[in-house]
Design a protein around this ligand. Structure first.
Ligand code: R5P
Length: 306
């Protein structure tokens, strides 16, 4: 395999170096420094430090805070292509704009589709970690380029097995059952799935109807509850799930695990103050709560894109 080049605009250099070290187990890879700055009027100025003719470029940048990041990344891809790069792939450990997968209100844009179209027009391939697939079953439904999904369930299961005594895994909503079930087996832990009702961006409730497995918590009173969700954004899903655990008189301090630490505004502090001291996330988005390293799992699939 010919040498590949790793570039980034927004990821901290330590993060890029860690990924490069993981990638080096599978391929020859060198970093491609990019000079990026904003002009006083906030337009982007991008300059490559080396020529890229005929080279395969891998860009690694998570797409949290997407409106701020996407235009510079598209401009970078176009710059690389303009100077002769062979292919430009994107590793976006967190892929945004996946939740708007239908029109929830009259005439609302299905932005997941439009965002996928943009990315597909500017990159040759995409790797991401557990995108929020709900109504879409596969990224192929909206992305027209080759895509690969890395699953965090193995890393999370190992973390639970190694660090948490007598765990019971809690899925806060029906959608979470897909990854909760996959984690509980290797983690050797039982699981319970709640039935969440979302009323608004920051208003969620856990249903107390007969369908909800929250009724079954009785037998887990002496377990350590571990609430696992894919995205923690406003953290209200986590907060409500934990309230439910407290009502059920579970004794041990709850633990929260999220794949993607989106944490809008001050919601990380709010979650710590209101619900859980122990919060761990995967390093798909750089955050103080990162405790589960996923870069090795990402590196493993990169060779399959060439
Ligand atoms: C729901 O669709 C997702 O799986 C997460 O439960 C949701 O994104 C969490 O959002 P928040 O932290 O804002 O409650």
């Amino acid at each position: 395999m010919t040498k590949k080049y790793l570039a980034s605009i927004f990821s901290p250099s330590k993060y890029v170096q860690l990924l490069q070290a993981e990638l080096a187990k599978y391929m020859e890879v060198e970093s491609l420094p990019i000079q990026y700055r904003e002009f006083p009027d906030k337009e982007s100025c991008i300059r490559l430090e080396h020529e890229v003719t005929g080279k395969d470029i891998i860009i690694v940048d998570s797409l949290d805070n997407p409106n701020h990041k996407i235009l510079p990344l598209l401009l970078l891809s176009e710059t690389l292509r303009n100077y002769g790069a062979k292919k430009v792939g994107l590793i976006a450990p967190y892929l945004s704009y996946m939740r708007q997968d239908k029109s929830f209100n009259d005439f609302e844009g299905i932005t997941s589709k439009y965002f996928a179209k943009l990315i597909s027009n500017y990159f040759n391939w995409l790797i991401t970690v557990d995108p929020h697939l709900h109504r879409y079953k596969d990224l192929k439904e909206i992305y027209s380029i080759p895509t690969k999904i890395v699953h965090a369930e193995g890393a999370i299961a190992n973390f639970i097995k190694d660090k948490i005594k007598n765990p019971v895994i809690i899925g806060p909503d029906m959608e979470s059952e897909q990854w909760i079930a996959a984690i509980s087996k290797p983690a050797n832990a039982p699981y319970v799935v709640f039935n969440k009702i979302r009323k608004s961006d920051v208003d969620v409730a856990i249903a107390k109807d007969a369908k909800s497995d929250s009724m079954n918590l009785e037998k887990y009173k002496n377990h350590t509850p571990v609430v696992v969700d894919d995205i923690i954004s406003t953290a209200h899903t986590m907060i409500e799930a934990i309230k439910q655990l407290k009502t059920a008189m579970i004794k041990a301090e709850p633990i929260c695990i999220g794949i993607h630490a989106v944490f809008a505004n001050d919601f990380y502090q709010e979650l710590q103050e209101l619900a859980a001291k122990n919060i761990y996330t995967c390093n798909t988005i750089i955050h103080d709560s990162n405790g589960i390293n996923i870069l090795g799992d990402i590196a493993k699939v990169v060779p399959t894109m060439f």
